[in-house]
Design a binder for this molecule. Sequence first.
Ligand SMILES: Cc1cc2nc3c(=O)[nH]c(=O)nc-3n(C[C@H](O)[C@H](O)[C@H](O)COP(=O)(O)O)c2cc1C
Length: 369
Amino acid sequence: MYATFLRPLLFSLSRSNAEFAHERTLDGLALASRMPPLLAALRRVYAPPTPTLARSLFGLQFAHPVGLAAGMDKNGVALPAWAALGFSFVEVGTVTWQAQPGNPRPRLFRLPEDSAVINRMGFNNHGAAALAERLKRLGRLPIPLGISLGKSKITPLEHAVADYCASFRLLRPYGDYFAINVSSPNTPGLRQLQDKSYLNELLAALQRENRNFTAEHAEDAETPKDKSGSARAAASAVSKKPILVKIAPDLSDEAMLEVLEVCAANGVDGIIATNTTLSRAGLRNTAIAAETGGLSGRPLHGRACDVIRFIQRESEGRLPIIGVGGIFTADDARRMLDAGASLLQIYTGLVYEGPGVARRICARLIGEG
Ligand SMILES: Cc1cc2nc3c(=O)[nH]c(=O)nc-3n(C[C@H](O)[C@H](O)[C@H](O)COP(=O)(O)O)c2cc1C
């Protein structure tokens, strides 16, 4: 249905403006998110039970491994709909402390011949305060919520730590885990934060914030004052939040080893591998390949699997990995799980395969036992 009707329609309406399709899809899902009967109907179609695929990581329960990657819903406008479409978790953002418009358009390009996308969005988002307000109004989701944090464009690199910490402090009560994005290629200098000394300073400061908040609010967890009176919600709001680091696929082995060392030293809970790549190797569409930005989708898959295998081997399985990059089918998902990922995320696969992508992958994974 999606491949036959909806995708050709969306792609042709947005031939010279891929972002148009993205925006209209989000509008539709944001509307659906405010209509409980429609959500229930979507859930019946797209989110069947998957008991044999359930897993627990970082103290969180996941119905199956397939989640939605960061960047699709930067402002968290359609979170209930993603749950209803069968994703077992969703990562909102990347959000920055300052609201910012992102790079000038066009900044999103589809490469259908390569089942790929190039983007240079540049963290267009409404800012941490707007997201906190929206999440507060929304209340708890039926699935775990990750929040991806990035650096505001106007903040110089030497003040990056304060910028991330301000967002973390404000959003901390609302996220089940936090993804520290130091790997987007579209914010000048951001990837430098993967360097040992920067990363060490950033993670140490975030973990300090994490511990201080937990200590300061320990009493709240014992005497819940939130509206629902739920002790579980209150305890979750103040317990130490899992922090994961999202890395680029373009790091050398040496650089990756340094990242792993710094992550281990700072008690990081997991790695998200990988963000988009600057490589253009093997693309058929050479015209769009020249566009500046990060490449995602099928051409990224092999490299993302290699990175996951490397992390799994070097960390001796001690650092849980969320695998992301070019997952379209159950075979891709299986390859990434076999490489060492415990959870998976999808972005470009959703653009090409449509809303049934998580359900189809799970059905096949269940079939394989
Ligand atoms: C248009 C677009 C925007 C993205 N924005 C973000 C972002 O804000 N933060 C982030 O961590 N990753 C972002 N990503 C990267 C994805 O989360 C993912 O890591 C990458 O696309 C590889 O997965 P995929 O091949 O399934 O798309 C974005 C990707 C695309 C295509």
